[in-house]
Design a protein around this ligand. Structure first.
Ligand code: SF4
Length: 361
């Protein structure tokens, strides 16, 4: 078992809140942007830089209001219907994954299409396609109406059955075909465990992938929260109301018995009377600068203790179509500056954080 690392960190208090009743902030790590969100935000930022506005984006690039507002300020237009993208416009598809017909329609309409789907969601799409192709009926644990679930189910709508509770599993028909169990990546283990158990009882020969569909980022953020929730008088979960993994974190803090749990977009949504030990974490689409602003707002008198349960070093490179574009832009820029192509600066995407990209956008 990995032993958590504890570290004291310094955050400047907000001047007007020096007399805080918050003694200590216990800060979870990992928190905030995951590799998939990093990739998607940086990809859209590259699009914004490479094309004249407007760049279109199908669905919110990630489920975070502040991130989306930042891109809207830079002329990005978010649409929920791909037919709202004018013919010939550059278009990006969000990290949650899109239905195959949406991808096809985007390619028909867009002058340049970049699909920023997280590779972990692509893995589930692939599994749905393969299992459906082999004649399986698929029990899919996912949230009703969530964009990832909608996109995944559209891969094989005739073979997939979405469930969210034990009761829904028990209400499924008997299948003559073999049955597989797949899931939305951002479920909590608690959402998964009981429903998966019910599905295994219902269909004893149930196929499940060797690698869990539940993504590392969701699991790590939940484990970090569970490691500290018991000793917190209140918990602040930073992220938007439509972020599935943010809501799962808030739910876990509640279930851990934390007396007060607040899901907030930013510090302005926090109550002014928090006191004692306050836990802080952030969903996978919440920027780090908001975390720092929340801590400054809380102004803990005894400082911040950061508890790290694991290091995350996953990195997802930009979507291939964007890599080709960036290389082309880089070559043109180098030639424009009179330098040989071989001397061009290599693309440094990995070294640039999405939080930094957002603040300099
Ligand atoms: S939470 Fe997981 S599945 Fe979702 S974008 Fe991040 S890494 Fe991908």
């Amino acid at each position: 078992m990995v032993r958590p690392r504890h570290k004291r960190v310094t955050v400047e208090p907000v001047a007007s809140l020096q007399e805080s009743d918050v003694e200590k902030v216990v800060l979870c790590s990992p928190r905030g942007f995951c590799a998939g969100v990093e990739m998607a935000i940086k990809a859209l930022a590259w699009m914004v830089r490479a094309f004249e506005p407007p760049v279109y984006c199908y669905h919110e690039i990630v489920h975070n209001k502040l991130v989306v507002d930042r891109f809207i300020d830079r002329g990005v237009i978010f649409v929920d219907d791909i037919s709202d993208v004018p013919q010939g416009s550059p278009v990006m598809l969000s990290a949650h994954g899109s239905a195959p017909e949406v991808v096809a329609a985007a390619k028909e309409r867009g002058s340049y299409v970049v699909d920023a789907v997280c590779p972990l969601v692509t893995k589930v799409h692939h599994e749905v396609k393969v299992r459906a192709g082999k004649g399986y009926q698929i029990v899919y644990i996912g949230h009703d109406g969530h964009e990832e679930a909608v996109g995944t189910m559209a891969v094989a709508p005739e073979s997939i059955h979405r469930v969210q509770s034990v009761e829904e599993v028990n209400a499924l028909p008997d299948f003559d075909q073999p049955t597989a169990l797949l899931a939305q990546t951002t479920l909590s283990h608690r959402e998964w465990d009981s429903v998966a158990e019910a599905a295994r009882e219902r269909y004893p020969d149930l196929f499940t992938p060797s690698r869990s569909d539940l993504c590392f980022a969701t699991t790590n953020r939940q484990s970090a929260l569970m490691g500290v929730a018991e000793r917190c008088d209140a918990f602040v979960v930073i992220g938007s109301a439509n972020s599935s993994n943010t809501n799962a974190l808030a739910q876990l803090a509640n279930e851990a018995g934390c007396p007060q749990v607040y899901r907030v977009n930013g510090p302005d949504e926090l109550p002014k009377d928090l006191s004692g030990v306050v836990g802080v974490t952030a969903g996978a689409s919440a920027p780090e600068d908001v975390v720092q602003n929340v801590i400054s707002f809380l102004s803990p008198t005894l400082g911040v203790e950061e508890v790290t349960i694991t290091e995350e070093d996953e990195y997802f490179p930009p979507p291939r179509s964007l890599r080709e574009l960036l290389t082309a832009v880089d070559v043109v820029a180098t030639l424009g500056l009179g330098g040989p192509v071989s001397a061009r600066v290599p693309l440094q995407d990995r070294k640039v954080g999405a939080s930094d990209v957002l603040t300099t956008l």
